[in-house]
Design a protein around this ligand. Structure first.
Ligand code: GDP
Ligand code: IMO
Ligand code: MG
Length: 453
């Protein structure tokens, strides 16, 4: 059977931790979208692993598969593999031949396009958007092409001059060897050789189908989150892939019958964070350069500034990839209701309740108010997001306790007010809480349900 892990908010919900928590019975862990824009953390034996491209399961000895829905920067791939090997691990990784390759010109274009916008998205600068653009425009280069020198040269010869012209003539910017066919051919052919030597490439769907037929358990690890999904998020302030569960099919080659017959677990952070630009109706204060209209605290109360900083620092809310401070807000139920429907969650993992402990009061954005109407879910348009105000509900805060004792003693040991909060989320989403995160490590978790049982 399969278990699919999906981010239900704006990324960084703790998906790496959830994969680690439930991944023990899994034989194979598959990334199905995104690339090295992700930053997934696994804390294990007092060691912290931060992975941006490799599936989190590789730190536990699982076969890690990078699915066809992903975009792959080979440099990051080999850097991450080498770094894990230096730490004594022996990761086994397979990469879909249909996955698209991120080239240096994609990364440069990502930067140039952001600089050119009055209202930048705040991308990770990894070339994710430009690579997916080429995939849709049918001028992308795929992992399988790296192993076929003729195909690689042909494709580079077709696409690179277009990119060079765009940069030089439209953006009036000088180009370097990132736009040179011969240089790119040599560099990427060498990556292809290494992929071939290490036997890493596969026909992803067939490979996974065979593993399932042989009785293997498969976990699918979403990256990013529902509200930055290119279809279901706050477009255009989104990533360029679909983090939602439907993409677990298209991005892996397993059909909806397989994914839908398994479990689909939404990972929920007990509050909301966002890196980058775009709507965030429950934001408490703001972050310079990311929050639209934020004037360095001039339009925010001192109390809210303090609270946002407190939650950011307690939760370590600084980007895993870029180090940017994350924007912080209260839990946003319209976002979560939307996420639960889009991905058909069969259960949720709610984490970070320890971070909110010690506050007198915890607030939740229960619904939005838009043009005089109460909305329980999110608006489809950008202008709609901008006009939303929030109907908040208040919950009594819960004390800071010894969370390792709570993790040991189970759900009933969670402070009562925190359980009230959790049960409100569960009821609103009409789903079951499978686990509650009370700290960053796997041991800091209250497990209620094991999806593989
Ligand atoms: P991902 O991108 O969804 O995998 O999440 P990240 O790894 O980017 O960010 C989540 C951060 O929260 C990591 O530093 C985790 O170690 C940490 N974390 C996960 N769950 C919990 C929790 O329940 N409590 C606390 N305090 N930290 C957590
Ligand atoms: P994980 O998997 C949080 C955000 C970027 C930016 C937008 C587009 O760790 O949850 P991109 O580089 O993808 O074109 O940037 O998406 N973003 C993330 N935010 N967590 C992530 O991944 C993210 N990956 C991309 O900050 O706003
Ligand atoms: Mg992350």
């Amino acid at each position: 059977m399969t278990v699919t892990i999906v981010g239900s908010q704006l990324g960084d919900e703790g998906k790496g931790g959830a994969v680690d928590l439930y991944g023990e019975p899994a034989d194979v862990v598959v990334r199905y979208q995104g690339g090295d824009n992700a930053g997934h953390t696994v804390v294990f034996d007092d060691e912290e692993y931060k992975l941006s491209l490799l599936p989190s399961g590789v730190v536990r000895g699982k076969v890690g598969v990078i699915g066809n829905g992903c975009v792959v920067n080979p440099e990051t791939l080999f850097d991450e593999l080498d770094a894990l090997r230096e730490r004594g691990l022996e990761p086994t990784v397979r990469i879909a031949e249909r996955a698209h390759v991120i080239f240096p010109y994609h990364q440069i274009l990502d930067g140039i396009e952001e600089d050119d916008k009055d209202d930048p998205i705040g991308t990770t600068g990894r070339g994710i958007g430009p690579t997916y653009e080429d995939k849709a425009a049918r001028c992308g280069i795929r992992v399988g092409d790296l192993l076929d020198p003729d195909a690689l040269r042909d494709r580079l010869t077709y696409v690179v001059p277009k990119k060079r012209t765009t940069v030089e003539e439209f953006y009036e910017t000088k180009t370097d060897d990132a736009f040179d066919v011969d240089h790119l051919f040599e560099t990427y052919r060498a990556y292809g050789d290494r992929l071939a030597e290490e036997g890493m490439t596969v026909d992803c769907g067939s490979y996974l189908g065979e593993r399932i037929e042989d009785g293997d358990e498969v976990m699918l690890e979403g990256a990013q989150g529902t509200i930055i999904d290119v279809d279901h998020g706050t477009y255009p302030y989104v990533t360029s892939s679909n983090p939602t569960a439907g993409a677990a099919c298209t991005g892996s080659g397993l059909g909806p019958g397989v994914i839908g017959a398994g479990e689909i677990i939404g990972v929920v952070k007990a509050y909301t964070t966002r890196v980058g630009n775009g709507g965030m109706p429950t934001e408490i204060a703001g972050v310079e350069g990311q929050t639209p209209g934020y004037e360095g605290g001039a339009n925010t109360s001192e109390e809210d500034e303090k609270l946002a900083t407190y939650i950011r620092d307690e939760g370590g809310e600084y980007g895993t990839v870029t180090g940017r401070p994350r924007r912080v807000g209260w839990l946003d139920m319209p976002m979560l209701r939307h996420a639960a429907r889009v991905s058909s969650f069969t259960g949720i993992v709610v984490g970070h309740i320890d971070v909110l402990s010690g506050l007198d009061e915890v607030r939740v954005g229960h619904s939005y108010q838009l043009d005089g109407r109460e909305m329980e879910t999110v608006p489809p348009t950008t202008s709609g997001w901008e006009r939303c105000s929030v109907n908040f509900r208040q919950f009594d805060g819960w004390p800071d306790v010894d969370w390792s004792v709570v993790a040991r003693d189970g759900y009933e040991a969670i402070p009562e007010n925190a359980r009230t909060y959790l049960e409100y989320i569960q009821a609103e989403l009409d789903t079951s809480i499978y686990a509650v995160g009370v700290g960053p490590a796997r041991e800091d978790t209250v497990i209620v349900e094991d999806p593989y049982k």
